[in-house]
Ligand binder design. Structure first.
Ligand SMILES: NC(=O)c1ccc[n+]([C@@H]2O[C@H](COP(=O)([O-])OP(=O)(O)OC[C@H]3O[C@@H](n4cnc5c(N)ncnc54)[C@H](OP(=O)(O)O)[C@@H]3O)[C@@H](O)[C@H]2O)c1
Length: 234
């Protein structure tokens, strides 16, 4: 969930240790090559190992936006939805974390360019309303029983299961406290899993792809000149 942070970040000495390096891993649903995804079996076919395949970016973007990519009619298991969820998260990272920050940085309005930083936070797995339509074993067994026990046993680090309170605190930390340990005046285009700095997936960092995702998203949202503070929103 990327969001914009505005103004000068405060110093946060406690963050120093945690933000020194950038781990070369990214969040699970939009990283088909993450070894942890092997167990899901969702990205085994070559068709799904890259979301926007070379030469078909526009057509695949359109299919994903319209919900016809990885449809339930083709794969009746939960994996079809998991892939679409991953695509939505990838596009969020591309359009907001990378594209929006890029546009803000080169906006002629220097105040806009220098004072807004886009930061993303992966809150980890939480038991919320999101699982309401999941199969029973996920809803009751995993998120109803196993996850709450895991959150009591493991309370720090990049744990799979987290409470909503802990993840909300991580989002507030990213919005108000992160900054001083990181390079540059503002922590721009940074992505955290909880409070650990991560590189977003290789595909998400492809400039041509994130520029396409921005352009197409602006068209779908019917965003017009003057409806945003950006000098160039297209
Ligand atoms: N839970 C997790 O493990 C997890 C992990 C990583 C990321 N996330 C992300 O965190 C975000 C929040 O998820 P959550 O776990 O808090 O799920 P949730 O309990 O289902 O909450 C989703 C919220 O979004 C609102 N909403 C859904 N569709 C909407 C629409 N079309 N227009 C306006 N509001 C809408 C819902 O409102 P109503 O209640 O009124 O329907 C609800 O308040 C999502 O982006 C999710 O992908 C969650």
């Amino acid at each position: 969930m990327p969001f914009a942070q505005q103004g000068t970040p405060t110093k946060h000495v406690g963050a120093k240790k945690k933000c020194k390096g950038v781990a070369d891993r990214s969040a699970l649903p939009f990283s088909p090559h993450d070894p942890r995804n092997k167990a899901t079996g969702a990205f085994t076919t070559p068709q799904y190992q890259t979301f926007l395949q070379d030469g078909q970016e526009q057509a695949i973007f359109s299919a994903i936006a319209r919900g016809t990519w990885s449809p339930a009619s083709e794969d009746t298991s939960w994996r079809s939805g998991y892939r679409r969820y991953g695509a939505s998260k990838l596009f969020l990272i591309m359009a907001i974390l990378h594209s929006l920050q890029h546009r803000l940085d080169r906006d002629p309005d220097r105040a806009l360019a220098s004072k807004i930083a886009v930061v993303g936070v992966d809150p980890g797995g939480m038991s919320t309303g999101m699982q309401r339509n999941a199969p029973w074993f996920m809803r009751y067994l995993i998120f109803g029983i196993i996850y709450p026990i895991m959150t009591m046993l493991w309370t720090s680090g990049r744990t799979a299961a987290r409470t909503t309170a802990r993840s909300a605190a991580d989002v507030l930390w990213a919005a108000f406290d992160v900054g001083e340990p990181l390079p540059g005046p503002l922590p721009k285009s940074l992505y955290f899993d909880g409070r650990e700095l991560l590189a977003t997936s290789e595909e998400s960092r492809d400039e041509q792809k994130w520029a396409l995702v921005w352009r197409e998203t602006v068209k779908l949202a019917n965003l017009r000149e003057g409806e945003t503070a950006l000098a160039d929103c297209r």
